[in-house]
Design a protein around this ligand. Structure first.
Ligand code: CP
Ligand code: NVA
Length: 300
């Protein structure tokens, strides 16, 4: 059966942990100049209908480093953007490449694509989830602090796609997740109902951060929600991760943000540029996590 990477909950703890462990080895190998051509002559198609820096660069560089090739397909330039059905696109594209990565707005469309694709499909951010990001986050935590099992992770802000993958990860990796979101910006009800174990909800972001091992946030206005920017700015007042919040977390707590970030909105400059922040390792680890994922999906 074709393997896909659409959501954490389609995979076991063992598979996800193996991908992370392999990413750490691939990072070491890469830093030591070891050449790995395991994906020689393989092609990854990358379909984007939203902007990207980290995801695009890491998948493209990752394929090159593994001896293969990545094909950037902007939605505006392929027939999908002109209304060719997702099903027909999946059949055609997957017949020519070895894996397909999609950053398209609709999660349902990614699932639909995967049903008609005879090659692995990767969710590179949808309206519901961002599993590639959380692979890199978990890798970064493991590198910095060891196992995340039993640790307290705090999500401050929008209960968005990144937050919802954290909810899935909490269950699979056994960490405690506390979510502090303004009213009306909580995670989707379906996620709240499905992932109750290990998750707490808190009205106060200060209280949520108490004895945290990891504090995570993301933009107040995700891509596609730009028209809500003004109303979100007022709704999210009090949800900026700043030094005051970090001061009630554990003294060795880490700060993460998937980036891009808005200093002075969801995070203060002194936190994101401060010594508890690991955002640059987190971003750089996207490369290694993605390479490990590509190997898991494409290698025979
Ligand atoms: N974190 C993340 O996915 O970044 P990009 O939108 O730049 O890919
Ligand atoms: N939640 C953000 C993540 C960007 C990487 C968005 O969807 O725009």
């Amino acid at each position: 059966m074709t393997k896909h990477f659409i959501d954490f909950d389609n995979l076991s703890f063992e598979v996800l942990q193996d991908i992370i462990n392999r990413a750490i080895i691939l990072k070491k190998d890469h830093n030591e100049g070891v050449i790995n051509n395991s994906l020689k002559n393989k092609t990854l198609a990358m379909i984007f209908d939203k902007s990207s820096t980290r995801t695009r660069v890491s998948f493209e560089a990752g394929m090159t480093q593994l001896g293969g090739h990545a094909l950037f397909l902007s939605n505006n330039d392929i027939q999908l953007g002109r209304g060719e059905p997702i099903t027909d696109s999946a059949i055609v594209i997957s017949s020519m490449v070895d894996a397909v990565m999609l950053r398209i707005s609709s999660h349902e469309d990614i699932i639909e694509f995967s049903k008609y694709s005879n090659k692995p499909v990767i969710n590179a951010l949808s309206d519901l989830s961002h599993p590639c990001q959380i692979l890199a986050d978990l890798m970064t935590y493991q590198e910095q602090r060891g196992s995340i099992n039993g640790k307290k992770v705090v999500w401050i802000g929008d209960g968005n796609n990144v937050c919802q993958t954290y909810m899935q990860a909490a269950e699979i990796f056994g960490f405690e997740l506390t979510i502090a979101s303004p009213k009306g910006y909580e995670p989707n009800q379906s996620f709240v109902e499905s992932y109750q174990n290990n998750i707490n909800y808190c009205n106060s972001s200060m209280d949520a951060c108490e004895v945290a091992d990891l504090v995570v946030t993301d933009v107040w206005t995700s891509m596609g929600k730009e028209s809500e920017q003004k109303q979100r700015e007022s709704a999210f007042k009090g949800y900026q991760v700043n030094q005051k919040m970090m001061s009630v977390a554990n003294s060795d707590a880490l700060f993460m943000h998937c980036l891009p970030a808005h200093r002075g909105e969801e995070v203060s400059a002194d936190v994101i540029d401060g010594k508890q922040s690991v955002v640059w390792d987190e971003a750089a680890n996207r490369l290694h996590a993605q390479k490990a994922l590509l190997l898991y999906l494409i290698e025979a």
